[in-house]
Design a protein around this ligand. Structure first.
Ligand code: ZN
Length: 99
């Protein structure tokens, strides 16, 4: 119940998804830093500007008193050895969003 908790936004990693049949893009938070659940944020329209502009601080849907900072996770690079394996293991528990 410290002040820090309430005022420091946590980082929430997002994946950009489009909604099939629409032109709407969403930032999908797969693992909410507060509730561990999934949240969607409208990132914009496929035809409009850079969805990256809609990243940033948002109130967490599960707790509107708190905010989190939407950010794109670092991408693993294929050329690395150990690091890739470690990252892949971590990502293995994620759901497969790509078809
Ligand atoms: Zn949440």
């Amino acid at each position: 119940m410290g002040k820090k908790d309430r005022h420091l936004p946590r980082t929430a990693f997002v994946t950009l998804r489009d909604l099939p049949g629409t032109r709407v893009l969403f930032w999908v938070v797969d693992d909410c830093p507060y509730c561990g659940g999934r949240h969607l944020h409208v990132a914009g329209n496929l035809r409009t500007a850079d969805p990256g502009e809609s990243l940033g601080e948002y109130p967490a849907p599960c707790d509107p008193a708190r905010t989190y900072d939407l950010a794109i996770p670092p991408r693993p690079k294929k050329k690395q050895g150990k690091d890739v394996r470690r990252r892949e293991r971590r990502e293995g528990k994620r759901q497969d969003w790509d078809e």
